[in-house]
Design a binder for this molecule. Structure first.
Ligand SMILES: [Zn+2]
Length: 315
């Protein structure tokens, strides 16, 4: 399943599929957004200049607007985890070229299909990079599942499910795809030699006071709160990493994974208790989340999560 331009070994321990997307015109109403949430937007937004933080001798992170981007430097080229919005491409490449490396970008991994993480696919693919996502991540982009996503968003050209490894420039990169979580397309990326794991939007760190405490459970895109808690139990049980790079916010540790798992468990238990007597409607749950859990309304989290949470947790 390797493409002609990827001499490095791609070992697939589970099923794999290749896919090339066909794009179609698309128009859906854009939901209102709140700060620090994964944002659905097409139009470029102003942002402070990007910076590059060094996590290990061969590993860097470009945080800030869009999503966090992690960059592994190898002799064969760069491996990126996430790529921000398409319109960040030039600024992202500028900071990488200035601070990180002038080697070509060989692989781009989508932690999930949301356009603030996968938007750069649209530029990296034509530039010759191999873009890797979960199979559902590929299919969700082709199927235009995310409301308001850029109409020209390109899906990955290599897609997998289960576990996958890249062996590039003498280094190993371990990818793991998951079932329902933040979305149904979540992928974690472990750099074993640096003991760093990238977890995309499965964990929020450091931005909890800015909206990260209202989890966007993208039920439409295959997400689910019980699966999400399970994912974080799996990730937190691993001893393979010390540092955790979330999709947004600051780099943290396993304690942050556990804290976010606990936050999700509390939410699930509160909502389940609220719905337990069987008399509540979907509108009741929405009111409850706004009034008692203080979710912003309107906000992406409530718009995307309310229906699914109700259907998932009602008795
Ligand atoms: Zn997301």
């Amino acid at each position: 399943m390797t493409s002609a331009r990827t001499p490095a070994l791609l070992a697939l321990l589970a099923g794999a599929a290749l896919g090339l997307g066909v794009l179609a015109a698309h128009a859906q109403p854009k939901p209102a957004v709140t700060a620090a949430q994964p944002v659905d937007q097409v139009n470029p937004q102003p942002h402070p200049p990007f910076v590059a933080n060094q996590l290990a001798p061969d590993l860097w992170e470009v945080p800030g607007a869009g999503s966090n981007v992690t960059i592994l430097v190898t002799d064969e080229g760069l491996v990126l985890v996430d790529s921000k919005y398409e319109y960040h491409y030039d600024d992202l490449m500028k900071i990488i070229r200035e601070k990180v490396s002038t080697k070509p970008v060989k692989y781009v991994i989508d932690t999930h299909y949301h356009a603030d993480h996968s938007g750069g696919n649209t530029r990296f693919l034509p530039a010759g990079a191999t873009v890797i996502s979960s199979i559902r991540g590929h299919d969700n982009i082709v199927g235009k599942v995310q409301p308001g996503a850029p109409p020209n968003l390109l899906p990955a050209n290599v897609a997998f499910t289960g576990e996958m490894r890249l062996y590039v420039g003498g280094k190993e990169v371990r990818l793991q795809s998951y079932g329902p979580g933040h979305t149904g397309t979540d992928v974690s990326v472990l750099f074993p030699h640096d003991r760093v794991i990238c977890v995309g939007d499965l964990v929020h760190i450091g931005d909890l006071e800015k909206g990260g405490q209202y989890p966007l459970i993208d039920y439409n895109g295959g997400g689910g709160i019980n699966g999400w808690i399970q994912r974080l139990n799996t990730i937190s049980s691993s001893e393979a990493y010390d540092k955790v790079v979330p999709g947004h916010g600051t780099v943290g540790t396993k304690a942050d994974v556990i804290a976010y798992r606990d936050l999700l468990e509390r939410l699930r238990d509160h909502v389940s208790a609220y719905l337990r007597d069987g008399t509540k409607t979907e509108a009741d749950l929405r009111n409850h989340l706004v009034k008692d859990e203080h979710w912003p309304d309107p906000g992406l989290s409530i718009v995307r999560s309310n229906h699914g949470l109700y259907m998932d947790l009602k008795p």
